[in-house]
Structure formats: C-alpha cells, structure tokens
Ligand binder design. Sequence first.
Ligand SMILES: Cc1cc2nc3c(=O)[nH]c(=O)nc-3n(C[C@H](O)[C@H](O)[C@H](O)COP(=O)(O)OP(=O)(O)OC[C@H]3O[C@@H](n4cnc5c(N)ncnc54)[C@H](O)[C@@H]3O)c2cc1C
Length: 459
Amino acid sequence: MNVLLWFKRDLRVYDHPALCLAAGWGRVLPLYVAEPDYWALPDTSSRQWAFTAETLAGLRTDLAALGGPLIVRTGDAIEVLPRLCKQNAITRIISHQDVGNTWTRARDRRLAACVRDAGIEWKEVPLARGAQKCDDPALPAPRFQPIDGIEPGEIPPARALRLQADSCPHRQTGGRVQAGALLDSFLEHRGAGYLRSMPSPLKAERACSRLSPYLAAGVISSRSVVAASVARRATRPGGPWAANLRGFETRLVWRAPSAQSAQGMDRHAAPHLAGSPTSGALMEAWAQGQTGYPFLDACMRYLTASGWLNFKARAMLLSFATYYLGLDRSAVGNVLARRFTDYDPSIHWPQVQQHSGLSENGRLRGIDPVKQGLEHDPRGSFTRRWVPELAPVPDRFVHMPWIWPGAQSLLGRRYPEPIVDLATAAKEARAAIAPLRGETPPKTRRSRPAHLGQLALDL
Ligand SMILES: Cc1cc2nc3c(=O)[nH]c(=O)nc-3n(C[C@H](O)[C@H](O)[C@H](O)COP(=O)(O)OP(=O)(O)OC[C@H]3O[C@@H](n4cnc5c(N)ncnc54)[C@H](O)[C@@H]3O)c2cc1C
C-alpha cells in the first residue's frame, strides 16, 4: 500500500507513532505543506516560519537517512494532498491529531470531507502532548520504503509565503540537534535553580529549559523529555535537583489539558473589557515597549528581540494590556502570539483567557509592573539593558523614574511618562467589569496620579 504521512506540528523522526505505523504499512510519501493562508493569519509570523523552515531542513535530512527525503509543497493542503494521492496511487493518509487553531481545525474538517469523497482513508493518531505516562519507552526512528521519483520541492522562503520581515536577532534556531543540546544542558546544570529562578526574566533565560519552540513544533516529544528528566532524577534522588525536575515534569504534563481547553475556549470565554476609544495609540505604545513602565517595556523589547519570555512576564504583558489599558483580548493575544517563536495555540489562548481582565473563576487580575520590577530586577540591570534610555536613572528610581528628582530631563523627552495611572486604571477596569458580572459598579474616587509615587494594588 502507498501511504502519505502528513507532518504538521510533529516535525521529528524519533518517538513518532504515525511514522512507525506508516513504515509498517507500505511505501511512504512524507509530506509537509507550507500553507500561505495559514501563514497569513494574525497569530502567525515570519520568526515562527524561520524556525519551522530550519526544522524542516533537518527533518528532510533525517528522513533521507531512513528511506527518503521530506517532500515539501507550498499551497492549500486541501488541493495538495488529494493531488499527490491521485498521482502516486495513495489510498491512505496518516497524520497526528493537531489541536491547532480555529483555522486549522476548519481546514481539517474540509480536508476530511474531501478525501472521503475521493475514497482515501485518513487516519489521525492522537498526539501524546502532555506525556502523563512516560512508562512506554520513546519509539525509535524506523526505516521506511519511500515512493520513488517525487521531486522533493523547495522549503519556501518567508517572502514566498508573503510574510512581513520581522527582525528577531536573538531567536532560537530550529532543529533536533539544538533541542537535544538544550535538554542536555538543562538536565546537566542549568536546571539546578529552575523553580527559584523561573519568575525572573533575568534568571529564567538560563534556568528554564527553553524547549518551548521545539515542543511547539514537535521537534522533540514531551514524552521523551519527561523520560529524560525522570532518568536524570533517578541519579540525583532528593535535594533541590529532584524538586526542580519534578516541577519541570509537571509543566510538561500541563501541555495536555491546555489542548482541551483551547478547543472549548471560544464557547466558554469569560467576559472581558472592550477596547477603549484610544486603543490604537495605547496598543502601539504597549507593543513597542513605550508605556513608561520600565520593567514592562524591558520585557516587551526583550520578547521582540528574542521571541521568548518567561511565564510570569508573559502574564504581566497580557494583564497590563487587557486590564490596565482595557485593550481587546484577541488583538493583544495576536500581538503576543506573533512575537512568540514558541507560539502554540493550545497553550497560548487558554493562558490569554486566564490572565486577561477576568479569569474563569471570576477573579480580577492586574499584575503591577512596578511591583514586578522591584521584585525581579531590584537593581534594574535587565531593565536598563533593554531600555537604555534609563541609563542615567539611579537604581532606586529605575522602576519609578517619575519620582526621580532628575525626571524632567528624561520623561516626555527620551522616555515616555507612564501611559496610565495604575490605581485609576484598576478602578476603571473594576467599574467596567462589574456589569459584565451582573454587579453594581463600585463608586470611583479620584486616585493620586502615578507621578506622585502611588503604587497600584496588585489585585
Ligand atoms: C499569556 C501567556 C501565553 C503563553 N503562550 C505560550 C505559547 O504560545 N507557547 C508555549 O509553549 N507556552 C506559552 N506559555 C506558557 C509558558 O510561558 C511557556 O511555555 C514557557 O515560558 C516556555 O519556556 P520554557 O520552555 O523554558 O519552559 P519550562 O519552564 O522549561 O517548561 C517546559 C515546557 O512545559 C510547557 N509549559 C510550561 N508552562 C506551561 C503552562 N503554563 N501551560 C502549558 N504548558 C506549559 C512548555 O511546553 C515548556 O516548554 C504562555 C504563558 C502565558 C502566561
């Protein structure tokens, strides 16, 4: 039998159940489709494609060593797959189930109808994203018989997908080798301070695994990462290493439930604040790291340049935009998604829902960027590195330059005044949210403006 193996977010040969099944069924055509309509979506970006393209190049080599190279086509999967099946007498397609986003789920439904009409069977293998069970050993990469005589096709450059240039000088590079090196260094030495260092963007950059883009693209399986961590823990029983690795394994397991909540997200979305009339300017200031809140701006600029940010800082960026600025949750979520090299809809959108304005359990969320800065970057070294305009500001004022005696020479000139007063914005947010929760809006009192040094409550 001739089989088409369709790669999506599972760009690897090791621990790949669909590849193992296909190899046992007959001759295999391993395919990746670069879909211009997908890459035109508002949550996709050139940095994500660059990472994917690097990964595809490595996958092509790995597959060639097992039987035949990866075939790449640019176009609409609904046209490409049936055409390749017809041309190569293929009667079965196999792929992993992709949680994806609304667009990919709709595309899969249309493709299912299309191949059914053409008499082709499509088997979807569940993807063990969360790896709750790591008892089963990871699958080795199987050798397979390729379908001969197929032009491999070019891995398209970003411009062929009409992607806008997106400078990300510190982006992680795609590929199996890079993922393996990160996993090794994390388990060998970097993970020693994992849990303690995670909330600080300064320390998390090194102490977190940094595997997220590789897991999102399926370069490495969650199961094999959990298995490696469990094996490492066995050699370091007890003590801080064991706790750190357990914490790491827990997070890998979180990948699975997120997948389900992503699918239910649209239906169960909690009420949130509508975009304000001045949202264009506010959005621009937030997205450019020009809000006048130094730690927040540093995190945004760092994300822009690296494609990665630690969990707590991601939550802060989102919370600030939706809660304090009252910006639209979807628009804010899309800006962040585009900047994440590790964008994974099944993790991202549930997190957006959880951290924007009103969470599912009805709690108000506002993460105070001044408080975060004082806690996680007390001397301002990270903040000054990414917001060099603050170089002349002494340490104790770096997160509140508006109370620095020399503020006049800086604010409104080289660096903006705070874009909102946090306390006032929090009250307005509570007043706006109350009717959505069926409550009477609280009476609002004028609060002291930010430049008088009032710190907002971390709600
Ligand atoms: C608003 C917001 C958006 C986010 N969007 C994404 C996203 O698009 N893609 C993404 O991979 N992560 C996302 N996260 C979760 C988290 O911030 C990243 O997974 C993490 O920072 C990646 O760094 P790491 O690989 O070093 O993580 P580690 O701490 O080393 O964790 C290992 C792996 O566990 C998984 N993981 C970690 N935290 C979570 C979580 N809370 N839920 C589910 N899985 C988790 C990730 O795959 C991660 O790579 C988001 C968080 C927030 C608050």
